[in-house]
Design a protein around this ligand. Structure first.
Ligand code: NAD
Ligand code: WQD
Length: 338
């Protein structure tokens, strides 16, 4: 099997870190990205970290002719498919754009792969497919009831890929349900830089620490959790990246379809993250407890035991390390790659 791995969305947050893990494991990432939510300057950073600049194709995963050409021009051993849109609020406001990018985008990619006889696919799903779970830790066979178009787009793709595998068992597919990916590569050279005001906790906290924002609004202090704030399963992006390499290696061994949670199995509250970030940065994080955010679930974390048993992978980096690495990236790059 070719060591060239097509990484759609490889210029983005999780994709760029996965390119580092792929290179460390001896693979050659080939990035396809439309740069809709990323910066081409990430390529220089990847070159500095790995010693090799990944091949980059600027384009859209929905462009079938481009995909056919890409598969013709070089052997591709497998595909890790990150390209997609991920802002829950935007998906509620503009569902068709979300279904087009996330669902149609995957269909175009899978059809091109089928035509090129490339049948190894690692897909970025999300714990959001569980919606508000009955209990935590959440196992993979928990009920699936996503609460918004973004989550439904992920579930639709999961179901379609399962049908594809049933129709042609030669496919090797991993559906990876990420919990809350945060942190940055330990070099501080690559990380997450959301455009505009961050929706997510960790980038917001980092921007408060570096002085870009005054204070964090804590969305709810009256949840039935130990300190009243929301609890999530934060997972270091490099652990997640290594999970993709483990999933790829697993898929290379035998055809099949696996659905796996990628998380730590442990919950941390908003205030746990604030305190950990204060320890990591030496900065005080000003915050104010405000109303709950509509649509938020009080608390959930994943059960990662199936991923451990199947892939021999487990998340090893602590919340303190997630904060230390986010802080290093944020301090060195207050304006992202600009
Ligand atoms: P990101 O926005 O940083 O990365 C996605 C990349 O895909 C971006 O570089 C963007 O430019 C590109 N892209 C988007 N649509 C495209 C298209 N049609 N054609 C080509 N490129 C396109 O997001 P991320 O956090 O790295 O997330 C990667 C994947 O993981 C997404 O599919 C997301 O839904 C999923 N996911 C993310 C999280 C999270 O919290 N970050 C959690 C669960 C799942
Ligand atoms: C975490 C906690 C907030 C911001 C989202 C998507 C999910 C997945 C991961 C893609 C919650 C609290 C946050 C702030 C806060 N993405 N918070 N103040 O909502 O768990 O998950 O990203 O698949 O689909 O929904 O992540 O980082 O937004 O929130 O108090 O300014 O931090 O209420 O308890 P979330 P988050």
């Amino acid at each position: 099997m070719s060591q060239n791995i097509l990484v759609t969305g490889g210029a983005g947050f999780i994709g760029s870190h996965t390119c580092v893990a792929l290179a460390a494991a001896g693979y050659a990432p080939v990035i396809l990205d439309n740069l809709g939510n990323s910066d081409v300057r990430v390529l220089e950073r990847l070159e500095r970290i790995t010693g090799a600049r990944p091949r980059f194709i600027e384009g859209d995963v929905r462009d079938r002719a481009l995909l056919d050409k890409l598969f013709r021009e070089q052997p591709i051993g497998g595909v890790i498919h990150f390209a997609g849109l991920k802002a829950v609020g935007d998906s509620v406001a503009d569902p068709i754009t979300y279904y087009d990018n996330n669902v149609n985008g995957t269909f175009v990619l899978a059809a091109a792969m089928q035509a090129a006889a490339v049948r190894t696919l690692i897909f970025s799903s999300s714990a959001t497919v569980y919606g508000d779970p009955d209990r935590s830790p959440i196992p993979e066979d928990a009920p699936l009831r996503p609460a918004n178009p973004y989550g439904r787009s992920k579930l639709m793709v999961e179901q379609a890929l399962a049908d594809l595998h049933r129709a042609n068992p030669a496919w090797r597919i991993a559906l990876l349900r990420y919990f809350n990916p945060v942190g940055a590569h330990e070099s501080g050279l690559i990380g997450e830089h959301p455009q505009g005001k961050p929706n997510n906790l960790m980038p917001f906290v980092s921007q408060v620490a570096v002085g870009l924002r005054d204070k964090l609004a804590v969305h709810g202090g009256d949840y039935p959790t130990p300190d009243g704030t929301g609890v999530r399963d934060y997972v270091h992006v490099m652990d997640l990246a290594e999970g993709h390499v483990a999933a790829l290696r697993h898929a290379e061994k035998q055809p099949g379809l696996v659905t796996l949670n990628l998380g730590t199995g442990q919950g941390a509250s908003v205030l746990d993250v604030v305190k950990a970030f204060e320890r990591a940065s030496g900065q005080r994080i000003a915050y104010e407890i405000g109303p709950r955010r509509p649509g938020d679930v009080p608390a959930y974390w994943g059960d990662p035991t199936l991923a451990q048993a199947t892939l021999g992978w487990r998340a090893s980096r602590s919340v303190d390390q997630m904060c230390a690495d986010s802080w290093r990236w944020q301090q060195a790059n207050p304006n992202g790659y600009a």
